[in-house]
Design a protein around this ligand. Structure first.
Ligand code: UT7
Length: 351
């Protein structure tokens, strides 16, 4: 069996900076509230009609491919994690292949829908393909263009102020030295799926599964993906989140899944050189850091600058930490995420 290494890493952040103050012009919120509750000072928004989840992913991928010392044509599989795809279908994997100009190779492309933990799921799948010898040069990306699907009225403020746009990418290759993805741990529990969800448009017609809570549209109506004018009018086309519920579960599941990974490798929290948590809320990251008893120098947070970029948040932070010289060969890097589904996971990487 082969070992998998991250051979190259890249990121892309749109140029357009949107501060908390900017948001106060369109909704009833304050810089103080946002900073105090989330740690966020600003985020980036892609340029409408010029940038998309796919184009941002391509820019991050180009950097990762170059740093891996390989070429676009040598990529033999694509794994794309996003919750904000360019199209309902087809997925962003094939669009990325086209954007990179490598359709002639006709490699496989897979889309991952695991929201905040999407990148860890994608990494884990890529790792299995490399280990088995099936592929030798896998492009794994997380990219999000949230700004196109947020509610900028006061009603949506608890969700909208948190999210930002961006992309991160890695190239996975077989390793012949110390560098290795040691383990990945993946979990889910769909019991509370709707507590953090973007329900419409969907084939379920806006119904909360098992209830008639939302009641749109007429249950006797048939005809494809439901998106009615009434849904648009009543703002049922935006993500919704029970923030406190998510927060409480997140701070429980992060430490659990990190410990699970460490124990499986006979390692301890003191062995971690760099912890990259999914950037959902600075308070969540700090809470987890405290439980793990990690110094500030061993945790990388950038939510202050970029907000929560869901599937892109871990690869962007990992790339930034590496570019800053904070991750060196042989270091133990720990990734962990929790989010919608709920799904969560961790990865331990010997860099
Ligand atoms: O990445 C996916 C996973 N997501 C997460 O992990 C998110 C986890 N949850 C959170 O990060 C936090 O719950 C939030 C940041 C989303 C919200 O913070 P909170 O401290 O839980 O606030 P809350 O939702 O309990 O709301 C408290 C108050 C409410 O007002 P009242 O009812 O007390 O008068 C909200 O209406 O804050 C109000 N509020 C706001 N005020 C100003 C909610 N959003 C805003 C806002 N600006 N943007």
């Amino acid at each position: 069996m082969y070992k998998t290494k991250i051979a190259g890493i890249g990121k892309y952040l749109p140029e357009n900076v949107v501060t908390n103050h900017d948001l106060t012009k369109v909704m009833d919120t304050t810089d103080e509230w946002i900073q105090e509750r989330t740690g966020i000072r600003e985020r980036r928004y892609g340029t409408k009609h010029k940038e998309s989840t796919t184009t941002m992913a391509a820019r991050a991928a180009e950097v990762a491919i170059e740093r891996a010392g390989t070429t676009k044509e040598s990529i033999d599989f694509i794994i794309f994690a996003t919750l904000s795809p360019d199209y309902f279908f087809p997925g962003c994997g094939v669009l990325l292949q086209r954007e990179l100009g490598i359709t002639n190779t006709e490699i496989g492309a897979l889309d991952i829908r695991n929201q905040c933990s999407g990148f860890i799921y994608a990494l884990s799948i890529g790792d299995q393909f490399i280990k088995s010898g099936m592929y030798k040069n896998i492009l794994v990306v997380g990219s999000e263009m949230h700004s196109m699907g947020l509610d900028f009225s006061t009603e949506g403020r608890n969700v909208t102020v948190i999210f930002g746009d961006g992309a991160g990418a890695v190239v996975l290759q077989p390793s012949d030295d110390v560098s290795e993805i040691l383990t990945t741990k993946l979990h889910s529990n769909g019991t509370h799926a709707e507590e953090l969800a973007f329900i419409n448009p969907g084939c379920h017609g806006g119904y909360h599964l098992g209830t008639e809570q939302f009641g749109y549209p007429d249950p006797n109506t048939y005809g494809g993906i439901f998106l009615t004018p009434k849904m648009v009018e009543e703002g049922m086309i935006y993500p919704n989140m029970n923030g406190q519920f998510v927060f409480k579960l997140a701070v429980q599941k992060f430490p659990e899944v990190i410990q699970e990974a460490l124990v499986s490798q006979g390692l301890q929290t003191t062995d971690i050189d760099m912890f990259i948590p999914h950037q959902a809320n600075l308070r969540i990251s700090q809470f987890v850091q405290k439980i793990l008893k990690l110094d500030d120098s061993k945790v990388w947070n950038n939510i202050q600058k970029y907000g929560n970029t869901t599937a892109a948040s871990i690869p962007i932070a990992l790339c930034e930490a590496w570019e800053a010289g904070k991750i060196n060969k042989g270091d133990l890097v720990c990734l962990a995420a929790f989010g919608s589904g709920f799904t969560w996971g961790s990865a331990l990487i010997r860099w």
